[in-house]
Structure formats: C-alpha cells, structure tokens
Design a protein around this ligand. Structure first.
Ligand code: ADP
Ligand code: MG
Length: 292
C-alpha cells in the first residue's frame, strides 16, 4: 500500500501577532472538512495548540525527553478538536540553550518513527516563532520539511520587519531545496490604511496576500472558552474568514521565492508610510492621496 503524500506548511510571524490563533483555526477548519491534520507548535511558549484542547497545555517533546531517555512519538501527540493531532516541540529552560532545539529534536523523532506515514496525515502545519530565523527556527524552511511558508503579519512596522526577515531566510535557502513562500496572512486588518500598507508591502516584495483577517472580539471570546472560533462560533463572520483561508491554504500549490527589501529600502518604505499616517492623523489627507 502506498500512502498519500503529506502536505507540510509552516506559518511564521512575530511573537504575539496571531500565529497560533490563525494556525489553530486553519487546523480546526481543515479537520472539520474531513482532513487528517497535525498542528506542530514550534514556539518555546508552547501554547500553540491550547485552543484546540480546551485551553489546556500539553507536555512538550523536550520536557518529555528530559524525563526519560527514549520517547515514542505517540507519547507526545495529543488529540484535539475534530481529531487534530497536537504537538508542542517545547523549549529549553529560560536562559539556557537554543530555543530552536525543540524543533530539531521533535522533527528528528517523528522522522525516525515515520509517524506522518503511520497516521496517514493530509496536512502538518508548523506554527513557528519568526522573530529570529536562526538555527532551529529555520529548520522547517531550510531542510525542505515544509513545502509552503505563510507569514502572519499586521500592518505594524515590527510585524512587517519580521516578515521581511523571514523572506530573507526563505530567499537564502530557495536554491537548495528550501521551502518557498505561499504568501502573507494579513491579520488584525480593520482600518483601510492597514490594507493599503500590507498591499504595498506584498507588491514591493513580490508576494501576495492570501487572506485579510479582521480583528474581532469573537476571537477573544472563543479563546476565553479555550476554543478556536471554528469550534466556539462556527456561524460567525470570523469563522467564515478562517474557513476560506483554510481552503485557500489547502488548495495552494504555487509558492515562490520572495524579494525582501534591503535594510535601507525597508526603512525608507516605512518612513513614507509613517508620513502618510501622520498626515491622516492630523487631517491633512483624507484617503490615500499620496498615491504611494
Ligand atoms: P502568536 O502565536 O503569534 O504569539 P497568538 O495567536 O497567541 O499570537 O495571539 C496573541 C493574542 O492576539 C491572542 O490573545 C489572540 O486571541 C489575539 N488575536 C490574534 N488574532 C486576532 C484577531 N484576528 N482578532 C482578535 N484577536 C486576535
Ligand atoms: Mg503562538
């Protein structure tokens, strides 16, 4: 029997930008649609899968390995909403060691035990901290583990800065079998200027926006119940957005190498937008009159 090929996707972004919220909603929507999904948390915060598991933390791969020498993959995989397989790579004790080690260790463990094949997965979604694309954090891109990378970004400069850094990482490994970029998931996009900023950034860097996700209290309410929006408010507008996003990611095939901005270019680009935002704030302009 030949097993189907698992589609592996990595979702990167700055800390606190909404990676885990977005990833968990994508996983939940795909699982609800009948796919076999694993969500692989690669953030030392280890809370990636909480809203798939009633708000509860699960033991991480690194913690489990610290307790005993040999670990079976099944001991670190926990079932969540609609059968999503939940994994947290974990991190080192604060102040000691490389924060990316959990990812390397967990990926090796699953590879050795051929767990993706055994579970006959359709999708593995890595939720990865993207403030620094170094060492362990680059593993899903560098080793070609993930085929497609998406980044969650708001229109805030620091989030865009992190996305641009990720693009540099992807570009670096793009000729040696590394993952390619699927696009940007624009999160917390409510003001019209936020759409304009993100649209301009993807144009400058030769990529695309996959979906615009508004900031919504429905997300907060769901999270307070320890649930994804897909589970807690399946008929909400926000759940529709996440479902559409999940479908786009599931159907996505053509990723490419992005064209990141240089340090100076990025600064100039950001200051143009800052001037524009200031003009909006002081009432000097009412819409995108600067034609940026
Ligand atoms: P990350 O995984 O990138 O560190 P989280 O997914 O944990 O970030 O999100 C940080 C906080 O922002 C959470 O409290 C989450 O509920 C909130 N959040 C993220 N996206 C949205 C959204 N679209 N609307 C409302 N709140 C959001
Ligand atoms: Mg997170």
């Amino acid at each position: 029997m030949t097993s189907k090929k698992v589609k592996q996707i990595a979702i990167y972004g700055k800390g606190g930008i909404g990676k885990s919220t977005t990833t968990s909603n994508i996983s939940a929507a795909l699982a609800k649609a009948g796919y076999k999904v694993m969500q692989f948390g690669c953030d030392p915060k280890s809370d990636s899968t909480n809203t798939l598991r009633g708000g509860k933390y699960i033991p991480t791969v690194l913690d489990t390995l610290r307790e005993k020498k040999t670990v079976k993959a099944h001991e670190v995989i926990f079932e969540g909403f609609s059968g999503v397989y939940c994994v947290e790579a974990g991190g080192p004790a604060p102040g000691v060691g490389c924060a990316g080690r959990g990812i390397i260790t967990a990926v090796q463990l699953f590879k050795q035990q051929r767990i993706f094949e055994e579970l006959d997965l359709d999708y593995v979604i890595y939720d990865v901290l993207g403030d620094v694309v170094c060492g362990g954090f680059a593993v899903p891109i560098r080793e070609g583990i993930a085929e497609h990378v998406f980044t969650v970004s708001s229109a805030d400069f620091m989030a865009i800065y992190a996305a641009n850094n990720l693009f540099k990482g992807i570009q670096k490994y793009s000729n040696s079998g590394g993952a390619l970029l699927g696009g940007v998931i624009a999160n917390s996009i409510n003001a019209p200027y936020a759409t304009e900023i993100i649209d301009d950034f993807v144009k400058q860097t030769n990529t695309q926006v996959v979906e615009y996700v508004p900031r919504s209290v429905t997300v907060t309410q769901s999270e307070l119940q320890g649930k994804t929006t897909i589970e807690a408010a399946p008929n909400s507008e926000q759940a529709k957005v996440y479902t559409r996003l999940a479908q786009k990611i599931a159907n996505h095939t053509e990723s490419k190498a992005p064209s990141p901005l240089g340090v100076k270019e990025l600064r100039e680009w950001a200051s143009k937008w800052a001037d524009y935002l200031l003009a909006l704030e002081t009432g000097e302009v009412k819409s995108n009159a600067l034609g940026l």
